[in-house]
Design a protein around this ligand. Structure first.
Ligand code: 9GP
Length: 832
């Protein structure tokens, strides 16, 4: 500790943060000259971005230090959010907004010779996630800080985020996303925090020297270091700054000296590369599980390092172990971190010497598990052999957990072999598998789905046998949400400012229900005109993005109809593009003079990445682009229809796309989209939705009213019967869809062979996603959209009423629900 007599100086100079334009400018120049070793003569936008970010980061760190100190001093319970993905996007604008110094920074950089807009554009996206699940984690981490909850995120610091997508001749091509090319000002390398993580090896039984009892011991084979990188997460309207800790893998020794001395330089580096490969790259699959050993290694590496950190922090409090769940809540974001359940049991029994049952009760009281999908192909299962080789001790513990659990079930439901085999952690298949969802349920005190319909469905389908075992109270719902700081204030500053002018400031950004106050202005023509003008400005910005990324010029007065999200058969971009083809055929068949009265001019906008190995998804991208090249160059059609595919959809593009849509499509087969969160982003930005009765669309409808959303299609409860009909050969392809297929098969949109499998999937292979069943209803809904869009004033009214009723979808509300019903934690704020 610093001697008392020296502390005065520390106090005098410590925590020196700027609070005005001059202060910021002085920090900026200092960073240009010292941190970056540049000068007034060679300060470009990149340097300006780095100097700005470093200045802001300094401020964040001061707050971060105080927050962490406060949490430790008050010895509060913390929530740890374990997520393999954090799709953060850019950090600078978000930090400026949350610290409420955006105007100050804009003025300062202007005085220094830069434009804030240009500086913000330099920042690469932190794209450490695939889609909704990772972006949800990013919104949650923002809301945790904003709500003053003591919370940390734990993730992996991948060197390569989700691949960047190029479109070459209409096809998706993948390029690596090396986002750390320039130093990343938003992370604090904690090179002194290095946690050894073991893999492989074998287990032995040893005598505990203290108790004399025999116990299991894991003798690991390979050891890798987890190095911490901290990302400070500022809240909005508070000085609370939480931490997102990301682990990076590193070899225990730089290289093998013996091999080096023997002249085997190549091999001496091999171990280093093996170690670094663990956090090298994010797996690019969304809602799809692939049993790769490296992925399991990633999961254990991350979970082991995080738990080591959490346990170490708890041990410092000197509390007895049974108080662990009073101090620590851990949320499993999907099954990816489920190994944490096993690892904590191992720490408590093998390393801390607790009795099995005592330890297990602590484990169960600590964890909560969020399920994000009912889709069978997304549920994680690890082959027992693979698991046992990599983690021999953990396999034994899994078997013991399962045994105790099955004995409990057997007692409650004697002789029910069907039940036992369905709830068992081990799937008795060839090869045997470990079912991670079953383990997550057994190891947690609460399991939640992410929208009401989804939470009902998990109880009725994939987890119904667990409801039998535990009763339904263990299962709950927390409908997803989004942070209005990024998805309104940052993405749509014009609309955010208009709303602030009517609601008496930006206070609604952390109390989103205040939006309700907008309803009183719906009948004010002046307000509606301002609202509409902002939408047009946002569409103009989107049109510029379309022009610069696709080369296609679109008219901002057209209806902008957007579907951006991961490309997946269940999300049904194929339904959308078939509908576009139908529209095109109809346009062509309509006499020229009647076209404009029958159809509103429309731009169909697509975007999203396909997993690199997902052939059908890639075929859909190709079809969209092929249709685009025919339609966009058809002189008869002109502005009446344009079809574009925006390449490399990511968070910062979403910030331009969401505010610029009139209509967005959320058209998954009912029961397949657990929640969806882009539906919320579009509506919050004043766009209307065409959608199925699925995921959070249901609750959006409840909030905004049925008149303000275009619903269509079969309901979740009918899906199984319809699939059965298809399998019995009783499919019906409506005439409209037959015409679409004929047009594709005739070669009107390029080589038909390329698209054959897509059509055959609907015609001959059971049409699993019910495209044929929902097609007519989709076209009807689109027709209604055309009619409503013509009534300009009514459309604006719908837009305003929808935004006014979006308060429920703030991720602040989600975090409050988790805190109260699952984590049992309280907010703590002390103004600093
Ligand atoms: O597919 C769901 C999506 O509907 C949901 O909004 C998101 C966040 O809860 O999670 C997605 N699930 C996955 O990515 C894999 O489980």
């Amino acid at each position: 500790a610093i001697p008392l007599k020296c502390r005065e100086i520390w106090k005098r100079y410590g925590a020196n943060e700027f609070s005005d334009v001059d202060g910021f400018e002085s920090q900026f120049v200092k960073h240009v000259e010292t941190t970056l070793a540049r000068s007034i003569y060679n300060c470009d936008n990149l340097a300006a971005y780095q100097a700005t970010s470093n200045s802001i980061r300094d401020k964040l760190i001061v707050h971060w230090n105080k927050t962490q100190h406060l949490h430790t001093a008050k010895d509060v319970k913390r929530i740890y959010y374990l997520s393999l993905e954090f799709l953060m996007g850019r950090a600078l604008d978000n930090a400026l907004i949350n610290l409420e110094i955006r105007d100050l920074a804009a003025t300062a950089v202007d005085e220094l010779g830069f434009r804030l807009e240009d500086i913000l554009e330099v920042e690469p996206d932190a794209a450490l996630g695939n889609g909704g699940l990772g972006r949800l984690a990013a919104c949650f981490i923002d809301s945790l800080s904003t709500g003053n909850y003591p919370g940390w995120g734990y993730g992996l610091r991948y060197q390569y985020g989700i691949f960047s997508q190029k479109i070459v001749d209409g096809y998706q091509a993948e390029a690596p996303d090396y986002w750390l090319r320039f130093s990343n000002p938003w992370e604090l390398p904690r090179l002194e925090i290095q946690i050894p993580v073991d893999f492989y090896g074998y287990t032995t039984t040893v005598k505990d020297p203290q108790t004399g009892k025999s116990k299991k011991q894991w003798n690991g084979g390979e050891q890798i270091l987890a190095v911490a990188y901290d990302f400070p997460i500022p809240g909005y309207g508070t000085s609370n700054v939480n931490n997102l800790r990301m682990w990076s893998s590193k070899p225990t020794t730089e290289f093998d000296f013996q091999k080096f001395n023997e002249g085997d330089y190549q091999d001496s580096l091999a171990q280093q590369q093996r170690a670094e490969s663990i956090t090298a790259v994010l797996y690019p699959n969304d809602n799809f599980y692939k049993g790769k050993e490296l992925r399991l290694k990633q999961q254990y590496f991350w979970v082991a390092a995080s738990l080591h950190d959490i346990v170490r922090r708890f041990i410092k409090t000197k509390r007895p172990w049974d108080q662990f769940p009073d101090q620590v809540a851990i949320q499993l974001n999907d099954t990816h971190p489920t190994l944490a359940v096993v690892e904590l049991q191992r720490i408590l029994t093998d390393l801390q010497g607790l009795e099995w049952d005592v330890a297990w009760s602590i484990v169960q009281r600590t964890f909560g598990y969020t399920n994000h999908t009912v889709m069978a192909e997304a549920l994680e299962k690890w082959p027992v052999d693979l698991f046992g080789t990599l983690l021999p001790r953990h396999l034994e513990i899994v078997y013991d957990i399962n045994l105790a659990f099955l004995q409990m079930v057997e007692k409650k439901f004697p002789n029910d072999r069907g039940l036992l085999s369905s709830v068992s952690v081990i799937e008795e298949s060839q090869p045997k598998n470990i079912r991670m969802a079953n383990l997550a349920i057994i190891g947690s005190h609460r399991v939640n789905g992410v929208a009401e319909l989804h939470s009902q469905l998990i109880k009725q389908t994939i987890f119904s046998d667990f409801v039998k075992v535990y009763g339904s109270d263990k299962f709950t719902n927390v409908t997803n949400g989004i942070t209005p700081r990024r998805w309104l204030r940052q993405a749509n500053p014009g609309l955010a400012a208009l709303i602030a002018s009517k609601l008496g400031g930006y206070g609604y950004l952390n109390d989103l229900n205040k939006l309700k106050g907008l309803e009183q202005f719906v009948e004010d023509p002046g307000f509606r005109a301002e609202w509409a003008a902002i939408k047009t400005a946002n569409k103009t910005k989107l049109a510029a993005l379309i022009a610069s990324t696709t080369g296609v010029t679109v008219n901002p007065n057209s209806l902008f109809d957007v579907q951006v999200k991961r490309i997946h058969e269940y999300k049904r971009q194929q339904l959308n593009i078939f509908g576009v083809i139908w529209r095109y055929l109809q346009l062509k068949a309509t006499p020229k003079a009647e076209r404009t009265t029958k159809f509103v001019p429309k731009v169909s906008i697509f975007g999203g990445k396909a997993a690199p190995g997902y052939y059908t998804a890639k075929t859909i991208i190709k079809l969209v682009n092929s249709v685009g090249s025919v339609v966009n160059s058809d002189p008869e059609i002109g502005d009446l229809l344009k079809v574009v595919f925006i390449p490399d959809y990511n968070v910062s593009k979403a910030e331009v796309i969401c505010p610029g849509s009139d209509l967005s499509e959320h058209i998954s087969t009912a029961g397949t989209e657990a929640s969806g969160t882009s539906n919320m982003k579009f509506v919050l930005n004043g766009g209307l939705i065409i959608g199925t009765v699925d995921g959070a669309n249901v609750e959006i409808t409840r909030e905004v009213g049925e008149d303000n959303i275009f619903l269509f299609g079969n309901l979740a409860e009918d899906v199984e019967d319809l699939r059965h009909e298809h399998h019995m050969g009783r499919s019906h392809i409506p005439d409209s869809l037959v015409q679409v297929f004929d047009a594709i098969s005739s070669g009107q949109f390029g080589t038909p062979d390329e698209f054959q499998s897509l059509l055959d999937g609907v015609r001959f292979h059971g049409d699993h996603y019910l495209v044929s069943d929902d097609f007519e209803s989709y076209l009807e809904a689109q027709k209604l959209v055309d009619e409503e869009f013509r009534k300009k004033e009514d459309w604006v009214r719908k837009s305003i009423i929808s935004v006014a009723n979006m308060g429920f979808f703030s991720s602040d509300r989600c975090i409050e629900e988790y805190a109260e019903n699952i984590w049992n934690i309280e907010p703590l704020e002390e103004k600093v």
